[in-house]
Each structure stands twice: as C-alpha cells, then as structure tokens.
Design a protein around this ligand. Structure first.
Ligand SMILES: Nc1ncnc2c1ncn2[C@@H]1O[C@H](COP(=O)(O)OP(=O)(O)OP(=O)(O)O)[C@@H](O)[C@H]1O
Length: 356
C-alpha cells in the first residue's frame, strides 16, 4: 500500500485547453494517505471517474504528476502500478468456478499455491460465497457475480490501492448495506488504501474515513463526515452534504454584522479578510430555529420526517429550511434565529475564517 499524491494534476480531454472550463479536472494538489479509506463524492460530470482512471493508469493526465509513495508513476501502465479495480458491472470469467476466479489473479503473479488456497478461502468467507466456491460463475446471479469482482479486488495482498467505481450499482439495497459494512471491516482489519467513487452521499459517508468532495473538476474539500457537516469549506459542500442542505443567503458584511436586506445577523467574529465579490451567509437547518423573535419569515410548508419537522420558510423572498421538534408549536408571527455555533461566511463560494 502507498500514499497517493497529486502534483499540480490537471486533465483536459480536448487539445489545447485554455480556460478552466476546458479541463475535466482543474488543478489537484492533494494526497491520499497510505491505508486511508476515501470516497470520491460529487454530482455527475464533476470528474470522479476521470480522477480514478488517472490513478489506475487507464488515462494519462494532460498536465502534472501522480506519485505513489513519493515515486512518479504518471507514465506507468496499470499493470506496473499494481492496483486492484472493481468496476460498476461484474468482471468475471463465466466458465471458471468462483474459486478459480479468485485464484486466477494470484496464479498470474506466481503466488505460492498453498498461499493461494489460504487467501482464496479467506476471501470466499469475506464475500459470503464459500458454499458456492465450486460453482461456475455463469450460474450465479448478478449480485453474486459482483461479489466475485469485489473478492478479486480484495484477494491480492500486495496492491498499492484498491479502486472501486460505483461497485454496488447492481447489488440489491439490503445486500448493499451488508457489503459496505464488510468493506469497512476489511479496511479496519487489513488497512488497504481504498478509493471508492460514488454519487450517493449515504454510501460515501458510511464507507469512508474521509470524503473527497468534487465539484466542477475540483476537489473542494477532503474531510471526515463530521468536518463536512460542521465546517463546509465550499458552499457546494454545505448544499450537497446534509438533508436538507445548508441555507445560503447573500449578505453585505460590515465588521461583525451581516446584512440580509434590512435585517442584521451578528457573526461569531469579523472576517480576517474578505475578498471582493459575492458574500453568502451559510447556516445549516440544524442551526436554524423558528422563534418568536429574530428575522421575520413566512412559513410555506412543514414536513414531518419522524424525529423532527422540517419547516420551509421564506426569508426576504428566499427559501430556507429550519428544523423544529415534533411537539414544538410554531409561533403565530414566525421569525428565524441562527445559532452562533452554526454560522458560516462564504466569499465567492469559499469559507472565510471569522474571529481572531
Ligand atoms: N472520454 C471523454 N472524452 C471527452 N470528455 C469526457 C470524456 N470522459 C469524460 N468527459 C467529460 O469530462 C467531465 C468529467 O467526467 P467524469 O466521467 O470524470 O465525471 P463523473 O463525476 O465520473 O461523472 P459520472 O458520475 O456521471 O460518471 C464531464 O464533463 C465529461 O463529459
């Protein structure tokens, strides 16, 4: 296993790229730590598969370098990078048994037969296919075949990383949950470096130690699920993570006060520096309260979601969401208050530090 790092990595599919929009991946300068479990999360077209294919060697980046453990691997083939990959759809040899499918990548690498047997049996156990070990792969269902693909990714002990590209798409919902927890357990036990592409927030947050949020070809934040929730570094993270997403309101800032039209919100501190351009106040619904005092709002809708209610309200013509207890009566003339611990400020979509 190895640390995977990116040195001014960019990729354009078109020749002679000029503007940022010409790049499917804009500049990436991050590192994925050795033994970390990462999820690449973002909407369709944000560049997740492009980044994964660059890591695996299926695609050579147009600019910058890719390093494994400090070694430049930008121009190495997939084979030479020693990476295991699991794709969206099963890649199995139909005419081989389940056992043979798992043993094959090890035999190819000249692993000792006794060791192969131990590894294959261990992997069969992990993916729950021990009882079907000697069945031909073609006789299995689509999700059993995908389990073989997962097993083939996990059977080799010598890989630099295991890459998963939306591997649970064909798996039924109950099994999805089970396989995801199994992957997590395997990660804890063996410490593989795992990179998992998904556009599903729940899948990313349950699988990964750290989630890499991508938006328009950029990595906008790498963080634990708690960090993404508490300190979104970009408005996209605030909006995309959480249900409902963060409330974002354009504001004018002077000192410690943010003005939303005629209304004032006291910030937890003054901005150290505030770049020119668009400024937004960002507060998650969990830190937004409907109350008797504060800024007047009009309530549009109340949704009961079990443990609490989501109140949708208009503040200066803009819809915001607040959480309310199930039993809490809503005031006749509703106002909104923002809890100081949940107030964030964004300049041109990026978080601004407040206070000393
Ligand atoms: N082979 C290609 N040639 C030209 N443009 C491409 C190619 N592959 C991807 N793109 C473009 O690059 C951008 C990033 O695509 P990519 O497939 O990496 O995104 P993604 O986040 O994986 O999306 P999805 O979740 O839909 O798979 C998109 O604008 C896409 O249209």
């Amino acid at each position: 296993m190895a640390e995977i790092s990116f040195d001014r990595l960019r990729h354009a599919y078109r020749p002679n790229p000029q503007k940022p929009e010409d790049f499917a991946l804009r500049e990436i300068n991050h590192a994925f730590r050795d033994g970390g479990a990462y999820a690449l999360l973002g909407p369709s077209g944000c560049g997740k598969t492009t980044l994964l294919n660059i890591i695996s060697g299926l695609l050579e980046p147009s600019h910058g370098r890719l390093m494994f453990g400090g070694r430049d691997v930008t121009h190495l083939s997939t084979q030479d990078r020693n990476i295991a990959q699991v794709f969206q759809f099963p890649v199995v040899y139909d005419t081989m048994s389940v056992y043979e499918n798992l043993a094959f990548p090890l035999r190819n690498r000249g692993v000792d037969p006794a060791e192969i047997d131990v590894k294959v049996r261990e992997t069969l156990d992990m993916i729950g296919l021990s009882e079907r070990a000697h069945r031909k792969a073609r006789r299995l269902t689509a999700d059993q075949k995908q389990k073989i693909s997962l097993g083939r990714g996990l059977v080799r002990a010598d890989v630099n990383a295991i890459l998963f590209d939306e591997p649970l798409t064909v798996i039924d919902p109950h099994m999805k949950w089970e396989l995801r927890s199994q992957l997590k357990k395997l990660h804890r036990r063996f410490g593989y470096t795992m990179i998992y592409v998904t556009h599903d927030q729940t899948e990313a947050l349950t699988f990964a130690d750290e989630v890499v949020v991508m938006y328009e070809g950029q990595v906008v934040q790498i963080g634990t699920p708690a960090e993404l929730f508490e300190r979104p570094m970009h408005t996209f993270v605030g909006y995309f993570i959480g249900s409902p997403g963060m409330n974002l309101m354009p504001v004018e800032v002077s000192g410690e006060i943010a003005h939303i039209g005629p209304h004032a919100v006291t910030l937890p501190g003054a901005a150290r520096s505030l770049p020119a351009g668009r400024t937004d106040l960002g507060v998650r619904p969990e830190y937004t309260r409907i109350s008797e005092t504060g800024i007047p709002v009009q309530i549009r809708k109340v949704e009961d979601v079990g443990r609490h209610r989501i109140v949708r309200a208009l503040l200066e013509g803009r819809e915001i969401a607040a959480l309310a207890d199930e039993s809490e009566p809503l005031p006749a003339t509703p106002h909104v208050q923002f809890l100081p611990g949940g107030i964030n400020l964004y300049a041109n979509s990026w978080r601004v530090e407040l206070g000393a």
